[in-house]
Design a protein around this ligand. Structure first.
Ligand code: 0X9
Ligand code: ZN
Length: 443
């Protein structure tokens, strides 16, 4: 096993999808998570057995791979029962409800109590950079896109690729350079596929902001990047799930599609892409699970819209660079998720580019940037079927097709719930990574 791989495997236990949150989350009653404590239970090779034991608790399990540990948020009424299990554990978060409030983006009951930065709008100009000092409501994300587009009107347009099942727009922005609209191969970025992965929204927007700002300031490198690519950027591809994480359940992952045959809500959009969807393992057929694949390949309206959009791009100048932005674990994941033995045809090129990107991220602040580990979805992470990157690789013939798992590296208090004070450092190093990747791919 090479060193990179060992590092990647060491990170495995932290990765996200949870099994039992759905049980808690179907009610429309907001969940504050007050009094929930987050633990890391060391499994000592007995992951399956311990997982079964923990399933008797009212709790939210953070990770799928239980090889070395299980991270779990336990409800106050079951803390005693948890203690009585006499497991080997560490306390990661004293009170998850306090961490969620400190994050400032949860406003139960629809009241707009989000602690969003004021005065970020600057009519006629690019939004203020203080936008990246807090999280924001979905409506503000839509306004933010309007403002960015208005500030760059000669080289951009708003795109609306479709609607969510609850009728919200899948809205984004298209940027182009001197060759004119649609004249170059596409860079396609999707953010917030998984509702709770809020840092992905902010990252995609920061990259957009910096590209536009650089072009407006006549930065040569950035102008050259925009001249050579058409950017199609959709910061929130799962708006219903995103709104639900702000109003009802901060740890919601799926979309909000209802099922005729079950009271459980939501499909995992990253298991619903219509490519190799039927492969067993790596997705769930149960609507109550966090990795529910949907009733048919691509049956969710959000995935239908994203598929139609990608087809349009393929019929144009093609999709060259696809990145699906997720959190957390700090990984750069190549396909394939559906087949653990299959490698992408241009593996050597993709892995070299991923390594270069990781190196550029690390180089931030004189080498103090975060460590991102490149690898393949399977076997390095886990089997994941019906994912976007397998689709973009084989159906859209993208040159790179990556899922980037953002900050932080491990779970605990700041897994999906990343304090706003960490947004800027997190997005800045990713910008550095992209500023290495994009020019290098254009050579
Ligand atoms: O399981 C997932 O969908 C992704 N991890 S997450 O913790 N953000 O949920 C990994 C997906 C790997 N890539 C694809 N199969 N597209
Ligand atoms: Zn995700």
């Amino acid at each position: 096993m090479n060193c990179e791989k060992m590092k990647l495997l060491a990170l495995l236990p932290y990765l996200a999808p949870l099994a039992s949150a759905a049980v808690i989350s179907n009610a429309n009653q907001p969940i504050t998570y007050d009094g929930y404590k987050v633990f890391r239970v060391l499994t000592h090779g007995q992951g399956e057995e311990i997982e079964r034991q923990l399933q008797s608790l009212k709790a939210v399990q953070y990770n799928l791979n239980t090889q070395t540990n299980i991270e779990i948020a336990v409800a106050p009424e079951d803390l005693k029962k948890f203690e009585q299990m006499e497991l080997d554990f560490q306390l990661l978060d004293e009170d998850l409800g306090v961490s969620i409030r400190a994050e400032g983006g949860f406003y139960p009951g629809g009241e707009m109590r989000i602690a969003s930065t004021p005065n970020w709008r600057r009519p006629g100009a690019l939004p203020d950079k203080n936008w990246f000092q807090s999280y924001h409501s979905f409506d503000d994300h839509l306004k933010w896109l309007d403002d960015v587009q208005a500030a760059f009107s000669s080289n951009s347009e708003l795109i609306n690729v479709g609607k969510s099942s609850e009728g919200r727009p899948l809205k984004g922005i298209h940027l182009w350079g001197q060759g004119g609209k649609g004249s170059k191969p596409a860079v396609l970025w999707h953010g917030t596929v998984h509702a709770r992965e809020w840092i992905s929204t902010m990252t995609v927007e920061y990259l957009t902001w910096n590209l536009v700002n650089g072009h407006l300031n006549k930065d040569k490198t950035i102008t050259d990047i925009i001249d050579k690519n058409d950017f199609y950027i959709i910061p929130v591809v799962n708006p219903d799930g995103f709104v639900y994480t702000q109003t009802t359940n901060r740890l919601w992952r799926k979309n909000r599609l209802k099922h005729p045959s079950s009271s459980c809500v939501g499909t995992d959009m990253n298991r619903n892409w219509p490519y190799q969807w039927n492969v067993t393992g790596g997705s769930s057929t149960s609507p109550c699970d966090e990795t529910f694949r949907g009733l048919e390949p691509g049956n969710t309206v959000e995935i239908q819209a994203l598929v139609a959009h990608s087809r349009e791009l393929v019929a144009g100048k093609g999709i060259k660079k696809y990145i699906d932005w997720h959190s957390f674990s700090q990984l750069i994941l190549l396909p394939y998720g559906y087949d653990c033995k299959k490698r992408v045809e241009n593996y050597e090129r993709q892995i070299a580019l991923a390594q270069g990107t990781a190196k550029a991220i690390k180089a931030t602040a004189r080498g103090l940037g975060s460590t991102f580990t490149p690898g393949e979805t399977c076997p390095d992470l886990y089997k994941a079927v019906g994912g976007s990157t397998d689709y973009m690789q084989d159906m859209s013939k993208a040159e790179i097709s990556w899922c980037i798992e953002l900050h932080p590296s491990g779970g605990g208090a700041s897994g999906f719930v990343l304090p706003p004070s960490k947004i800027m450092s997190s997005v800045t190093e990713i910008w550095n990574g992209m500023m290495w990747l994009l020019p290098n791919m254009n050579k």
